[in-house]
Design a protein around this ligand. Structure first.
Ligand SMILES: NC(=O)c1ccc[n+]([C@@H]2O[C@H](COP(=O)([O-])OP(=O)(O)OC[C@H]3O[C@@H](n4cnc5c(N)ncnc54)[C@H](OP(=O)(O)O)[C@@H]3O)[C@@H](O)[C@H]2O)c1
Length: 343
């Protein structure tokens, strides 16, 4: 059953083919007209309002992510919109008009389009208090940070170390750490990001490009019995950080921004200092979490966003036709905030 007339023609951003070269991958993106003739049973049609661009989208168009769709395809893993129609098996009275935040990584068209077809399990209904900008990037990074932070809680960590601390995941980790009176140590690669994090209230911020980065980190870590490190960079940085940690620490790898394999961890750290190295994947966390836990997480994150304990800066707003310009700007200033495509 639908409240709109089918067939429906709309605009979408299309990826014709993967390309490991990010510039070529980006330049390949173009606008296409698509048509929906039918909404499958138990699916919903979302009129998209805005969609975000995350590092996973960039890795995806390069063919360097864990998710592969049949090409050509519409990229975009996350966004927000309003339910416009339902397929058979779902109640129009219940769904139509609801504001939702979507997270989809299936082999079907993604969120970078005026309309999206999605299953109820791939979205959450959002609080009216959230703005479109907040709702567009509500799902992936806040939920990831919340899931990551469970390790700090379980380990009763005195401190967390965040690599690539200028990121939006880091914004939420920082807010959760403050709420739980846990110290925050940020690691970044640019002086400007370091200054903004110090201003924000991080207890310590270290520059990886500094001459004695590892020595400085070792000194900072002496204050703590153990800690949890959240690492989105990987490569040799993971090893350098791991080798500076006190006994019984854990390093959780949740991103591969360096594009390089994790390396250089001293065996002695693993044998004698009981270092744990683990990974985190939001998809898996969502699959395991009970609906009540997801609802509770949603409510906690919503109230922290509404109260501005969590602030997710949006640096770039574009229309669907400006995708190439938008990605170019985002890649040049990732720490400054997200890029949103508005429909
Ligand atoms: N495992 C999961 O389930 C999951 C879920 C969500 C996100 N993630 C990962 O979390 C990470 C952060 O995502 P986000 O959306 O929060 O990012 P974001 O807000 O777009 O910011 C990206 C940050 O990474 C930094 N960065 C980029 N490339 C880097 C490199 N090679 N070395 C060091 N720093 C680098 C940027 O710093 P500059 O300003 O200096 O470029 C910026 O501060 C990404 O790796 C993403 O894939 C993982």
């Amino acid at each position: 059953m639908t409240s709109i007339t089918l067939p429906l023609t709309y605009k979408a951003i299309e990826l014709p083919a993967y390309n490991a070269n990010v510039v070529r991958a980006m330049l390949g993106l173009h606008i296409v007209e698509k048509t929906i003739t039918q909404i499958s049973d138990n699916h919903l049609l979302v009129k998209m309002q805005a969609a975000s661009c995350n590092p996973s989208d960039i890795a995806f168009i390069q063919g360097g992510y864990n998710i592969f769709k049949s090409v050509p395809c519409v990229p975009g893993f996350e966004g927000t919109g309003i339910i416009a129609a339902v397929g058979a098996g779902l109640s129009a009275d219940h769904w139509i008009g609801k504001r939702v935040s979507c997270f989809t990584q299936e082999d079907s068209d993604g969120t970078w389009a005026e309309y999206l077809i999605i299953k109820p399990g791939q979205l959450i209904q959002i609080d009216e208090a959230l703005t479109i900008d907040q709702a567009a990037c509500f799902f992936i990074n806040p939920f990831t940070a919340f899931g990551l932070f469970e390790t700090a809680i379980q380990r009763k960590a005195q401190a967390i170390v965040i690599n690539a601390a200028g990121s939006r995941v880091s914004d939420v980790l920082f807010a959760l750490a403050k709420k739980n009176h846990i110290k925050t140590i940020g690691i970044v690669r640019r002086q400007q990001t370091m200054e903004s994090l110090i201003k924000k209230g991080f207890d310590k911020v270290l520059l990886t490009s500094g001459e004695s980065f590892d020595e400085n980190l070792r000194i900072v870590m002496q204050e703590f019995d153990s800690c949890v490190v959240y690492d989105a960079v990987g490569g040799e940085q993971t090893g350098i950080i791991a080798n500076c940690l006190p006994a019984n620490s854990e390093i959780v790898v949740y991103g591969g921004l360096s594009g390089k394999p994790v390396s250089g961890i001293d065996s002695m750290q693993l044998i004698f200092k009981k270092l744990t190295v683990s990974g985190f994947n939001l998809n898996e966390w969502m699959n395991i979490a009970e609906p009540a836990k997801i609802e509770q997480t949603k409510n906690t994150l919503t109230s922290m966003i509404v109260s501005e304990e969590i602030k997710i800066p949006i640096n770039i707003h574009i229309s669907i036709d400006e995708i190439v310009k938008g990605i170019r700007s985002y890649l040049g200033a990732m720490s400054d905030g997200k890029m949103l495509i508005h429909f």
